[in-house]
Ligand binder design. Structure first.
Ligand code: 4NP
Length: 159
């Protein structure tokens, strides 16, 4: 199967989207689909360009088997809309930024992360940055479901 390129997008690119990247990479590996996915992450805000993921995000992801320590923050750029097949925003605010940036013929690549989870009780992945540690566990629970949803959608030819 052709390589399918996925970009996860949040605000800072140091919490949610790098965790999403690590989780999908892990789940794809478990499903024997490593070679059919290319996964990256980026942010819409510039504060953390070049920085590793937040230590809380690194620790929580590692607990679940995803080492994201080598990732570095970067901004979403124009080229991403050409390069990726799917761009997954963590919340509505980031979706709106992508929609404004997107060339018209690439808007179909944009999705909200939680749209991959049937029957989800939330429609956004909440920003854990300013909260307590438990927020990261909740985010990882959601991102596990998102990853399964993306793998299933790809398997079934829905994306
Ligand atoms: P993220 O979390 O969007 O999940 O990476 C944030 C990280 C940093 C900031 C905001 C959100 N910040 O304002 O610095």
């Amino acid at each position: 199967m052709a390589v399918f390129r996925v970009l996860f997008v949040c605000l800072g690119n140091i919490c949610r989207s790098p965790m999403a990247e690590g989780v999908l990479r892990n789940e794809a590996a478990k499903a024997g689909a490593t070679d059919t996915f290319e996964i990256e992450s980026a942010g819409t805000g510039s504060w953390h360009i070049g920085n590793p993921p937040d230590p809380r995000a690194q620790a929580a992801a590692l607990e679940r088997g995803a080492d994201i320590s080598a990732l570095r923050g970067r901004l979403v750029d124009e080229e991403d809309f050409e390069r990726f097949d799917l761009m997954v925003a963590m919340d509505r605010a980031n979706y709106a930024v992508l929609k404004r940036m997107a060339p018209k013929d690439q808007v179909h690549k944009l999705r909200l992360a939680m749209s991959f989870v049937d029957g989800a009780r939330v429609d956004e992945v909440p920003d854990p940055y300013f909260g307590e540690g438990a927020g990261f566990e909740h985010v990882l629970d959601l991102l596990g479901d998102v990853a399964q949803g993306i793998l299933a959608a790809r398997r079934e030819g829905r994306i």
